[in-house]
Write a protein that binds this ligand. Structure first.
Ligand SMILES: C[S@@+](CC[C@H](N)C(=O)[O-])C[C@H]1O[C@@H](n2cnc3c(N)ncnc32)[C@H](O)[C@@H]1O
Length: 234
């Protein structure tokens, strides 16, 4: 039984509470990530052709509504080790087209061919350190050559993020530990990906959201609440 099985039915409520002090809603955090991915894929020319996207560790499927909305050309598969989370995701998103789910029960990710894109958001810090290379290797194996992986993680250099993770993630998941951006990049490189430099996101709380326009100029500053790394399969 996965740690997240116990929280699947009230995951959203817990998430809402956890991020309340930031002045942003959980939906805000899901959507900004998907918009980052969509902007990059647009530049790569994916918007105009069909492609397959793997959402690894999709949880209860909260990002999937936004993936569906902002990436209309994608066929999406969400996978997770938590069977209960997958059940909730299936229920909540049953009305969305070209979106399916699969519980990972030790077997490999099912696919009728390779994925062009993979997305893994706030998952790695819940994976035991010694298992992280295996998780990344399994994602690499499902991606086609030239495929892109988008990793989003919480930034341990941001005191607000540390505080929220300490209050929440660390309490219910004894294996949780935040990954420094350099560690994520190194793990990706060690697994055969070609990672780009991390980009840093979310510097201002919701109460100062009018300053958000500045954030795109701050991406190199390693103090944002979150960061992302784009990595390519050679
Ligand atoms: C904090 S939740 C994030 C869910 C979702 N990605 C999101 O951003 O809303 C972390 C998820 O990672 C999943 N997870 C943890 N270890 C995993 C593994 N080895 N393989 C697949 N999923 C995993 C958990 O079951 C949980 O659903």
């Amino acid at each position: 039984v996965s740690t997240f099985d116990r929280f699947a039915r009230n995951y959203n409520e817990g998430h809402e509470k956890a991020v309340r002090a930031t002045g942003y809603s959980p939906a805000f955090f899901h959507e900004y990530k998907v918009l980052e991915v969509a902007a990059r894929l647009e530049r790569e020319g994916f918007a105009s052709r069909g492609f397959k996207l793997l959402n690894y560790g999709c949880g209860v499927g909260e990002c999937d509504r936004f993936l569906r909305r902002h990436l209309p050309a994608a066929r999406i598969l969400g996978v997770d080790v938590s069977a209960e989370s997958i059940a909730v995701a299936r229920e909540s998103n049953q009305d969305l087209p070209d979106l399916s789910y699969c519980h990972l029960d030790g077997s490999s990710v099912p696919s009728d061919g390779k994925f062009e894109v993979a997305f893994i958001a706030n998952v790695l810090h819940h994976v035991r350190r010694d298992l992280r290379p295996g998780v990344l290797a399994s994602i690499r194996d499902t991606l086609a050559p030239g495929g892109l992986l988008f990793v989003f993680e919480l930034n341990p250099y941001n005191p607000g993020t540390q505080w929220i993770a300490y209050q929440n993630d660390y309490k219910f998941d004894k294996d949780a530990s935040l990954l420094r951006p350099g560690l994520t990049t190194r793990l990706l490189a060690d697994t055969g990906f070609v990672p780009e430099a991390p980009r840093h996101h979310i510097f201002f709380p919701g109460q100062l959201s009018r300053l958000r326009g500045l954030e795109k100029h701050m991406e190199k500053l390693p103090l944002g609440a979150h960061y992302s790394v784009v990595a390519r399969v050679p």
